[in-house]
Design a protein. Sequence first.
Length: 229
Amino acid sequence: MSQRMTLIKSPVFVSETSLKKLGSCSALFPYPRPLELEIGCGIGDFIIQIAAQRPEHNFLAIDIFNQGCRSTCSRVEESGLDNIRVMRMEARYLLHHYLGGNSLRALYINCPDPWPKKRHRKRRLVNSEFIDLALYNLENDGFLNFSTDFTDYGEDVADLLNHDPRLENLNRAPYTNDLGDYPISKYMRRFLDLQQPIYLCRYRKKPGLTIAPPSISKGFRIPWPTEDA
Ligand SMILES: C[S@@+](CC[C@H](N)C(=O)[O-])C[C@H]1O[C@@H](n2cnc3c(N)ncnc32)[C@H](O)[C@@H]1O
């Protein structure tokens, strides 16, 4: 699927060129604070709520969808929050190229593309390879949060996370439908309004682990800019 690409001019938008110049994701923010990442921020509903809840943390919101990044930037500017930056970047590319080991306090993935057809499931973002990469990037005691409206995606990811000895489950069951104070994204709201459950997994990386950088496959049909250039 092609998308209309327009230049995003916003003080909260960060290009890959700027990130390269600055040298690290933590250098994108005016104050050094623990870094949290939302993958697939859509139009920004979730990131604005979570960043407002935690002004003592920095938040990076990424998406591959240009218009989504643009809307997120406008909404961040309107919010006046100084702890959010937005990038148009593929998740695995960012994690692999720009985030080192033990660099993230928390990771959020909400309603990722479900690829519902059985033959397309291997295109899903969250799988055991992605979890290895996320665990490398997360700090010890860092948080891995995943939500989906899609039952078998929720069950599969909950099963992977729940059986991973490097993770501690923060819920009593592998996933929960009780969202508590977890902020609601646009897609989550859409499904909740249709009386459909959201499957939420909240896990914490156990302390004292040393995880080697894993190898990672490129995302489906998504080029990795610098490597392919
Ligand atoms: C179904 S939407 C959900 C948007 C938002 N998280 C929500 O819950 O309202 C999935 C989003 O993830 C983005 N996305 C899909 N694959 C991605 C990837 N590999 N890296 C970054 N963003 C991705 C899509 O562009 C889209 O905006």
